[in-house]
Design a protein around this ligand. Structure first.
Ligand code: TYD
Length: 210
């Protein structure tokens, strides 16, 4: 079966506002008659959500970076085969709040695992399925942390400023390396402004593909 759906991923550091944008994009596309599957990573299927709990539990503070990367890949592998590929085969729109690039940004640039290994792990976990467009919501670490002040942090979010600075610069590098699928937005714009820019871009790329 061919995959004639449309695959969108959102990326960015914690607190950048991408989840709000993913929800707004979903509502817009549904109002245009699309069937939209919105999922978050890690998670998005029963098994993947169970893996998410292990990954984000603050009590698991002895978890090695290698274990973290492999668990993320396991969660992604199940999600891709159980949810993403069937949805794309049925012609639906899939919106992923984080996908394989999060592993390059967080475990690669953030934790220092060799990108080469993570790229192989991602290729295995995703079965080679890549987003048609990746929307990177870029925000300074200071601003992102300010916005998250009232929230309780999960295990990965507790890493601190320098870690998030490395993650952010990793995303900026990827936006250049994969410029054919990346679209970067400045997260300082209002929610409405960003949503308009995202909708315009997605409509443009979708019409090029269809
Ligand atoms: P979540 O609460 O979903 O955060 P956010 O709303 O910012 O997406 O938690 C996901 C956390 O997991 C987040 O800190 C980023 C991290 N993560 C990785 O480190 N690597 C990955 O591959 C993925 C998908 C997430």
């Amino acid at each position: 079966m061919s995959m004639n759906g449309f695959f969108i991923s959102f990326e960015g550091i914690d607190g950048c506002g991408k989840s709000t944008q993913a929800d707004l994009l979903k509502s817009h596309l549904e109002s245009k008659g699309e069937t939209v599957v919105l999922i978050r990573e890690p998670g998005g299927s029963i098994i993947s959500e169970q893996i998410r709990e292990i990954l984000l539990n603050p009590a698991n503070d002895t978890m090695d970076a290698s274990t973290e990367a492999i668990l993320l890949a396991a969660s992604r592998s199940q999600l891709t085969r159980e949810v993403i590929i069937p949805a794309l085969e049925n012609g639906h729109v899939v919106i992923c709040d984080r996908y394989a690039d999060s592993t390059l940004a967080y475990q690669g640039y953030g934790r220092g695992i060799k990108l080469e290994w993570l790229e192989k792990l991602n290729a295995f976990a995703t079965a080679g399925v890549e987003p048609d467009i990746t929307l990177l919501v870029d925000l300074t670490v200071d601003e992102a942390l300010r916005r998250m002040e009232s929230k309780s942090f999960d295990r990965i979010e507790m890493e601190g400023v320098e870690f998030l600075e490395r993650v952010r610069s990793g995303y900026l590098e990827m936006a250049e390396s994969y410029c054919e699928r990346y679209f970067m937005l400045n997260g300082i714009h209002t929610i409405e402004e960003m949503s308009k820019m995202i909708i315009n871009k997605v409509e443009e790329i979708k019409s090029e593909i269809n």
